[in-house]
Design a protein. Structure first.
Length: 133
């Protein structure tokens, strides 16, 4: 993570000093990609419009998965190995047209370690798909 800040002083010649912070955050799990974003337009009722994978060096579980907004739903399923869990984004049948930009929260458990994670979820919903070109 790279972040910056200004150090403000009371010196006339140096009112403020720009500084940067560089940090590497290490966790017992990884989430890829960093957001649940649908590349294509979706329609109400469409499932698995986006996917993220939670992985770890040991068997992992995902729980308490929620998404804001009320028009999208999550599907949490075991991945291809015990060290992976897949999270799918689904559009609920009653979803209205428009861009959905929501927040996904979930808890990751691996052995005795527990961590919370937050993702951005976004999808453009249309009531009818445009004709293929």
């Amino acid at each position: 993570i790279v972040s910056g800040y200004w150090l403000v002083t009371n010196l006339e010649r140096v009112k403020q000093v720009d500084r940067q912070i560089l940090a590497k955050v290490v966790s017992f799990f990884d989430v890829s990609p960093q957001s649940l974003g649908a590349r294509n337009v979706a329609v109400p009722g469409q499932s698995r419009v986006a996917e993220a994978t939670v992985s770890s060096g040991v068997p992992v579980a995902v729980g308490n998965a929620t998404v804001t907004g009320g028009e999208l739903a999550l599907e949490v399923v075991p991945g291809s190995t015990p060290n992976q869990v897949d999270i799918y984004l689904n559009v609920l049948p009653g979803a209205t047209a428009g861009l959905k930009n929501e927040t996904v929260d979930f808890t990751v458990t691996a052995g005795d370690k527990v961590g919370k994670h937050r993702l951005r979820a976004y999808v453009s919903v249309q009531t009818e798909l445009p004709p293929a070109q």
